[in-house]
Design a protein around this ligand. Structure first.
Ligand SMILES: Nc1ncnc2c1ncn2[C@@H]1O[C@H](COP(=O)(O)OP(=O)(O)O)[C@@H](O)[C@H]1O
Ligand SMILES: [Mg+2]
Length: 317
């Protein structure tokens, strides 16, 4: 790349966004590594992308939380007083986004999304809505690091946008209708994100169409199918939570990230308890710890467990 920031050396490209490229860079004074987002204005059509990176800096430089990627500095390259390029210096996340590194274990899934809910709660407490939560805007790194990135569409709570912004597969109805946004918009976007991670299918979000009299109407492409109908290994409580997050009316969704996080934590506790019980049952059936000759059928374990419950101890008989 031919862009430069005084005081930094740009190394290699590590990511690509809608109108940006992301590079690793080194601060010459300290040798510390950062990520740099580079946005170029080739024509007036690119102005919204310049505005977005300015918004991203304004919001994320104010936020300090372990699950929110921080921004340190912004550098503008001007020609004839016109901004031609913007370089945003950010915290480097040495990992992959959720689209590339999708968890395949339920316990990991539940841990990741509780952390995302905590990060979003901190953002809401600071007075902002992210409004573009989706798999490519959540990053995972070693040692359980989870970071929300890309604050280019974020806005103050209750802000009403002039034009539709969002990503079609994750967008909430109030974003399509350009109504005021609040923390429940992030609840929807996060619900649609969890839906994709769990099922590999996109939640059928609403699009803007016209009604029979030529007015504006929300059109939903298909009826959503609950995650546990797509994959019956998904616990019903989790499937229900995802569907509640994606309800059309914001008032029908979990009210905030505290509620959403608490529900995920409860599902995780129950899941871990069930897993422990199943392991204990296996140990009770084969106390030597030796693996059985053939894996037992699950209903055999269930029947044995049932027997233990149905047969009262000697002294109670
Ligand atoms: N701070 C960062 N550290 C490491 N990788 C990043 C960082 N920011 C972005 N990326 C990578 O670049 C991709 C696009 O970045 P993003 O900020 O979402 O750009 P855009 O605003 O253009 O959508 C991300 O999905 C991620 O893979
Ligand atoms: Mg992005």
């Amino acid at each position: 790349m031919n862009a430069e920031i005084p005081g930094y050396r740009i190394l290699k490209q590590i990511g690509i966004g809608a109108a940006s490229r992301i590079f690793i860079s080194v601060e010459l004074k300290t040798g510390k590594k950062f990520a740099v987002k580079h946005v170029v204005r080739n024509s007036p059509d690119d102005d919204p992308f310049i505005t977005q990176v300015e918004t991203e800096y304004a919001v994320s430089s104010k936020l300090r939380h372990p699950h929110l990627r921080h921004s340190y500095a912004i550098h503008r390259v001007r020609k004839l007083l016109q901004v031609k390029e913007v370089l945003l210096v950010m915290e480097l996340v040495d990992g992959l986004n959720l689209e590339k590194a999708r968890p395949n274990r339920l316990n990991t899934f539940l841990t990741i999304f509780q952390k995302v809910a905590q990060g979003l709660h901190a953002m809401h407490q600071a007075g902002f809505v992210h409004s573009d939560i989706k798999p490519t805007n959540i990053m995972l790194a070693p040692k359980g690091v989870v970071k929300i990135i890309d604050f280019g569409q974020s806005c103050p709570l209750l802000h009403r946008k002039e034009r539709i912004q969002g990503t079609p597969d994750y967008i909430a109805p109030e974003q399509v209708e350009r109504l005021p946004l609040d923390q429940r918009t992030d609840v929807f976007n996060l619900g649609a994100t969890m839906y994709w991670v769990l099922t590999s299918e996109k939640y059928p979000t609403a699009i803007r169409g016209s009604d029979s009299r030529g007015g504006i109407a929300l059109i939903t492409s298909e009826k959503p199918v609950a995650p546990n109908e797509i994959n019956d290994k998904i616990p019903l409580a989790l499937s229900n939570l995802v569907m509640e997050c994606c309800r059309e009316k914001a008032a029908d969704r979990p009210a905030d990230m505290v509620q959403l996080g608490a529900r995920l934590a409860m599902i995780q506790r129950l899941w871990r308890k069930q897993r422990e019980e199943l392991r204990a049952q296996r140990r009770a059936i084969w106390p030597t710890g030796e693996p059985p000759p053939a894996p037992p059928a699950l209903d055999a374990i269930a029947a044995a467990a049932q027997e233990n419950i149905d047969t009262p101890p000697e002294e109670d008989r």
